[in-house]
Design a protein around this ligand. Structure first.
Ligand SMILES: C[S@@+](CC[C@H](N)C(=O)[O-])C[C@H]1O[C@@H](n2cnc3c(N)ncnc32)[C@H](O)[C@@H]1O
Length: 253
């Protein structure tokens, strides 16, 4: 993640859950659980880029023994005060260098717009290799990436409103191929008035060929790539279905 991206998440942390309150994590979590259940071999789960722990909450409710980690200390601080996450260990670290012993987990997850914060193929390979290293034999790595359709949206201007929060988004393709940049203003109405922050997010689009190459080099076998349609996950073959693709992979034998 760029320094400005990290600063933005640090400042966004107290507002993050309000701004994402409209996202249906329950439906997504249940669908992902249905995909994970037949392929996972144990309950020990590392939620990489857990942020304020919204994804970690879902995995815990589904019965996994969760540890969360994230690059942003402030996002983790917001996670740390949630009762629903009490007892879940949290670690501040970069997904390219995980501070965990090898073969420590049965499942590694990294969902909702985290992998695209990586800068290039070397970063992608480093993060996949680390996920592979901390997985036990037969372990499963699940992550999502934004599709080309998501970046068509990303590159435009939007004003998003949800109850007492407001997101002003001004995106554009960056000069470097595959990079996308957005100036973002996030505001939340509090009893004391509007509070907000602004920042710049830079993301990288990774196509399927590149993702498959890095997964293979990291020692991960693709079990399936899923898109989101009509409120559920669908196997998306070579086509991208919806704004994200969810990759389910396993430690190669
Ligand atoms: C949109 S949030 C998603 C958080 C959470 N998984 C969820 O579902 O709500 C993306 C998170 O990725 C984290 N992140 C970005 N780059 C990272 C990196 N290199 N290592 C670890 N975390 C990173 C950010 O700090 C941020 O908390």
């Amino acid at each position: 993640m760029t320094d400005s991206g990290l600063s933005f998440y640090q400042a966004l942390a107290p507002m993050y859950d309000h701004l994402t309150a409209g996202d249906d994590y329950e439906a997504l979590g249940q669908s992902l659980a249905n995909v994970l259940a037949p392929v996972t071999t144990g309950p020990r789960l590392l939620d990489v880029a857990t942020g304020t722990g919204r994804s970690a909450e879902i995995w815990r409710r589904l019965g996994y023994q969760v540890i969360g980690c994230d690059l942003s200390f402030e996002m983790l601080r917001s996670a740390n005060v949630k009762r629903s996450l009490a007892g879940i260990p949290l670690a501040a670290c970069d997904m390219r260098r995980l501070p965990f012993l090898s073969s420590r987990f049965d499942v590694v997850t990294c969902v909702d717009d985290a992998v695209n914060h990586l800068g290039d193929e070397a970063d992608l390979l480093a993060s996949f290799s680390e996920a592979r290293r901390v997985l036990a034999p037969g372990g499963v790595y699940l992550f999502d990436v934004n599709s080309a359709a998501a970046y068509a949206w990303f590159d435009e201007e939007h004003v998003l409103r949800h109850d007492d929060s407001l997101f002003v988004w001004r995106g554009r393709p960056a000069a470097e191929p595959g990079k996308h940049c957005a100036e973002v203003i996030a505001l939340r109405r509090t009893p004391g008035g509007w509070q907000g922050t602004e920042g710049t997010l830079t993301e990288t689009y990774f196509d399927r060929k590149l993702l498959r190459r890095c997964l293979g080099r990291a020692g991960l076998t693709v079990l399936g790539a899923y898109g989101w349609r009509d409120g559920g996950l669908v196997l998306s073959g070579s086509e991208e279905v919806g704004p994200k693709t969810y990759w389910v992979t396993r430690v190669a034998t």
